[in-house]
Design a protein around this ligand. Structure first.
Ligand code: GLA
Length: 392
C-alpha cells in the first residue's frame, strides 16, 4: 500500500472530522470476482471465487461519546446515528449499508461506542464485483477491531449476508461475503456453501492473467430476477422430492441422481434452471481438479461451459454480457470467458495469455463499443487478501 495514498486519505478524514490523524486506523475489504460456480451458493453447492486487490477502505477514529458519524469520498451525504436508535432510513441512502451491518452485529450481542469513519470505495458501483458486501465487511471488521471484540471471520460473513438479505431485499447466498472475509493473496476459495467448509487453492495460472471486463451496463432487474431464480430452484426441489423425500437443496444431488430423475420436473423453465445448478456444481469440482493439475486449457473450457449455461439455461445474461464474452473468446490466447456474479449486466471474467492482454483490452473494447451502446472498462485482476487492517 502506497504510504502516500494512506496519507491522502487521512488528510481527507481530518478535513471532514477535524482533529489530528492520531488514532486513525485504516481497514480494507476487497471486492471479489467469481471464477466459476455461479448461482450455486444459495443451492448449497460449490463456488470458486477470489478476492481482488482493490475494494473499500474505511478510516476510523474513536469518539468520546456514542455518536457514529459516517462520511464517504464517493458520496456527498454524511450521516450520524447511535446504536440505540439505528434503523433503516431511506434518507440515509448509502449510510444504510454500514448501519445495517452494525445493527446485525448488535443483534449478535456486540456493542459499539462512538466513532467517526470515512469510507473510500474503489469498486465501480453496480458492476457486480460486490461493492456492497465489501462495505459491509470493512465496517464489520473495522468496528469489531476498534472495540477489541473477538473476530470470527465466518460469523462476520454470515452477519453481512443477513444484512444484505434484509436490507437490500436480495436473497443472496454467502459467496461474496465469505470470500471477502476469508480470501487470501494468490489463492481462490473453494467453498461448499451448505457447510461453509472451504479450501484455499493456489491460483498459479503461469503465463495467464485474469481479466475482468466491466460492461458498464449496470445490473438491471437483478433484485427481482435473482429472487425469481431462487424460487425456481426451490420449485425444482419440490418436484424432485417425489424421488428424494428429504431433499432440501439442489446441491445435495449428484449429476447422475439428477439426470435419472429430471423427468420429475414438469415445468420446462424450472428444469433448465435446475440443470444449470447441478451441472455448474460439477463443473466447479472439475475445474479445481484441472487447476491443481495445472491444466489451464481444461479450466478455461469449464469457464466457457459455465458461461454458456448461464446464458442458455439460467438465462441471467444480457446483450452486453453476451457480446463481450463472444468478443473475448475470439482473441487468440484466451482460454475461457464468461459472465461473473449475479448477471443482468456487470462484469465478465476471462483467462488471457500474458502477451495478449493489451491486444485483448484493445480489441474487445473496440468491438464491444461498436456493437453496444456502452464503453467497457478492464481490470487485470490480481488476487488479494480478505478484509484486513492496513498499517503502511
Ligand atoms: C450475487 C450474490 C451471490 C451469488 C451470485 C451468483 O453475487 O450476491 O450470493 O448468488 O450473485 O453466483
Amino acid at each position: 500500500m502506497a504510504n502516500e495514498k494512506l496519507e491522502q486519505l487521512k488528510r481527507q478524514f481530518t478535513e471532514r472530522f477535524g482533529g489530528s490523524a492520531d488514532g486513525i486506523r485504516v481497514f480494507l475489504a476487497p471486492g471479489r470476482v467469481n471464477l466459476i460456480g455461479e448461482h450455486t451458493d444459495y443451492n448449497g453447492g460449490y463456488v470458486f471465487p477470489a478476492a481482488l486487490t482493490f475494494g473499500t477502505f474505511m478510516l476510523i477514529r474513536k469518539r468520546n461519546d456514542n455518536v457514529i458519524r459516517l462520511a464517504s469520498t464517493n458520496f456527498d451525504l454524511q450521516g450520524e446515528f447511535t446504536m440505540e436508535t439505528a434503523v433503516y432510513d431511506e434518507a440515509h441512502d448509502w449510510i444504510n449499508y454500514p448501519k445495517s451491518i452494525l445493527v446485525h452485529l448488535a443483534k449478535r450481542g456486540f456493542t459499539f461506542g462512538g466513532y467517526d469513519a470515512l469510507f473510500h470505495g474503489e469498486i465501480p458501483n453496480g458492476a457486480g464485483l460486490s461493492s456492497s458486501a465489501s462495505i459491509h465487511l470493512a465496517t464489520a471488521y473495522g468496528f469489531m477491531s476498534m472495540e477489541g471484540h473477538p473476530i470470527d471471520r465466518v460469523q462476520l460473513a454470515l452477519a453481512a449476508q443477513e444484512a444484505e438479505n434484509q436490507f437490500m431485499g436480495v436473497k443472496c447466498g454467502i459467496m461474496d461475503q465469505f470470500v471477502i472475509a476469508n480470501g487470501k493473496k494468490d489463492h481462490a476459495v473453494l467453498l461448499m456453501c451448505s457447510t461453509l467448509e472451504y479450501q484455499l487453492v493456489p491460483f498459479k495460472a503461469q503465463g495467464y492473467k485474469i481479466v475482468v471486463g466491466n460492461t458498464n451496463k449496470r445490473r438491471g432487474l437483478v433484485d427481482s430476477e435473482y429472487n425469481t431464480r431462487r424460487a425456481q430452484c426451490e420449485q425444482a426441489v419440490v418436484y424432485l422430492r417425489a424421488a428424494f423425500p428429504n431433499l432440501q437443496l439442489l446441491g445435495e444431488l449428484t449429476k447422475e441422481q439428477f439426470d435419472a430423475n429430471a423427468h420429475l420436473i414438469q415445468d420446462p423453465t424450472v428444469l433448465k434452471r435446475a440443470r444449470h445448478v447441478v451441472e455448474e456444481i460439477d463443473r466447479v469440482l472439475q475445474s479445481v481438479d484441472a487447476l491443481k493439475a495445472n491444466d489451464l486449457v481444461r479450466f478455461g473450457q469449464m469457464m466457457n461451459g459455465s458461461g454458456d449455461s448461464l446464458r442458455e439455461l439460467y438465462e441471467v445474461t444480457c446483450k452486453e454480457l453476451d457480446v463481450m464474452v463472444e468478443e473475448a473468446r475470439k482473441i487468440e490466447g484466451v482460454l475461457g470467458a464468461r459472465m461473473t456474479g449475479a448477471g443482468f449486466g456487470g462484469c465478465t471474467v476471462s483467462l488471457v495469455r500474458d502477451d495478449m492482454v493489451d491486444a485483448f483490452i484493445e480489441q474487445v473494447g473496440r468491438n464491444y463499443a461498436e456493437r453496444t451502446d456502452y464503453k467497457a472498462d478492464f481490470y487485470v485482476a490480481d488476487i488479494g487478501d480478505g478484509v484486513k487492517e492496513v498499517t503502511e
